[in-house]
Design a protein around this ligand. Structure first.
Ligand SMILES: [Zn+2]
Ligand SMILES: [Zn+2]
Length: 360
């Protein structure tokens, strides 16, 4: 659909590159967090960085509202591990129109692009994409269901937007919708069904590191696992832009492979158990459920094409769905209800829309 000869050439060299490369590994990171600098969060950039460093994350974006925190200005923990980096970022905050994380930027996004006067929501999001590009970064549209601000109709026409927050740990963002509004996952399936090339991110958007509770904006609730060749801001950012990651609210995978023919998933049970024993994770509360793991293959408009109860599955990719994606749900009972935790793999496209389609 959007195939461009330039991308085919890039894809060809991408295959050569990855065929000869055996050093890819998974890196855990959070693309969205706040500090004292915004005026409504409770910890310094150093304290926030230390929280993630201490808990084994590999990368973090200090994404402040319309401010650029230069990683070089942040004092790192005295015992800093070699496998931890800060990625320069900003939460471009266009008032009540749209927020986005400008990922791996060289400097602050042009303030004129934050909320152009007279622009509608689509145009504001488009301006954010341009602003991130001008600073050599990529844009992630944040929390579309925060006050139900950004519908699929707002997002669909935006060009060059390939990342958005499918899940956000802030308690006010309505990830799962309500009786009047779609969940963000339903918005994602609408966008994918309509031909958009867009990948789903999970982040914390944490503000509160001192005051803990389910109604507070605490860290540790959503993150991404990125498969990259090295741990550098460029390598992580480019891997995300090409969909080489999965999003999670607690479930960890040991296999997350996808190509044009097959999607393979395997849960890392011990790592998932470790994550879910944390007091920071927050499950999605549901009235009914069945304890254990469920792996689903999902197609257009969110249709469940296949499902397997258990910790591993391999699905053939059908040719009659423009895309498919796999999702893992772990359900556990709590008192008289259930709570779900998820891992969301990125889609496989069968209709040629991806300019990265040979580079899984
Ligand atoms: Zn925001
Ligand atoms: Zn935020």
């Amino acid at each position: 659909m959007r195939t461009n000869p330039r991308y085919l050439i890039l894809s060809f060299f991408g295959i050569l590159f990855f065929t000869g490369c055996t050093s890819k590994q998974w890196y855990k990171g959070n693309t969205h967090v706040h500090t004292l600098l915004c005026g409504h969060a409770d910890s310094s950039p150093e304290a926030v960085t230390a929280w993630y460093h201490e808990r084994g994350y590999n990368f973090l974006c200090l994404s402040e509202h319309n401010q650029f925190i230069d990683p070089a200005s942040v004092t790192m923990p005295a015992n800093k591990r070699d496998d931890f980096i800060l990625i320069p970022a900003e939460e471009v905050t266009g008032g009540s129109m749209a927020h986005s994380t400008a990922l791996n930027i060289d400097g602050i996004v042009d303030p004129r692009l934050v909320h152009p006067s007279g622009a509608n929501k689509t145009q504001v999001i488009q301006a954010h994409v341009h602003g991130a590009e001008q600073q050599n970064g990529h844009s992630i549209l944040n929390h579309p269901n925060f006050h139900y601000r950004n519908s699929a109709e707002d997002i669909r026409p935006v060009e060059g937007l390939h990342l958005f927050e499918l899940h956000n740990g802030h308690p006010a963002v309505n990830n799962f919708g309500d009786h009047e509004h779609d969940s963000v996952e339903e918005i994602w399936d609408d966008l994918l069904t309509d031909g958009m090339l867009i990948y789903g991110v999970s982040s914390d958007d944490a503000h509160h590191f001192k005051d803990l509770g389910p109604d507070r904006s605490n860290p540790g609730r959503g993150w991404v696992m990125v498969e990259a060749d090295s741990l550098t801001p460029d390598a992580i950012s480019e891997a995300m832009y090409r969909g080489r990651f999965y999003a999670t609210s607690g479930v960890v995978l040991s296999v997350a492979d996808r190509n044009e023919n097959r999607v393979s998933v395997k849960v890392n049970e011990s790592a998932t158990e470790r994550e879910l024993s944390s007091s920071f994770v927050v499950g999605h509360k549901v009235a009914e459920g069945e304890s254990g793991y469920l792996i689903q293959l999902i197609g257009e408009r969110g249709a469940i094409l296949e499902e397997v109860r258990g910790t591993k599955a391999t699905f053939a990719v059908p040719s009659d769905s423009g895309y498919v994606r796999a999702k893992v749900t772990y359900t556990r009972s709590v008192e008289d209800e259930y709570e779900n935790f998820y891992a969301w793999m990125q889609p496989v496209f069968t209709d040629g829309r991806s300019h990265f389609d040979k580079e899984y």
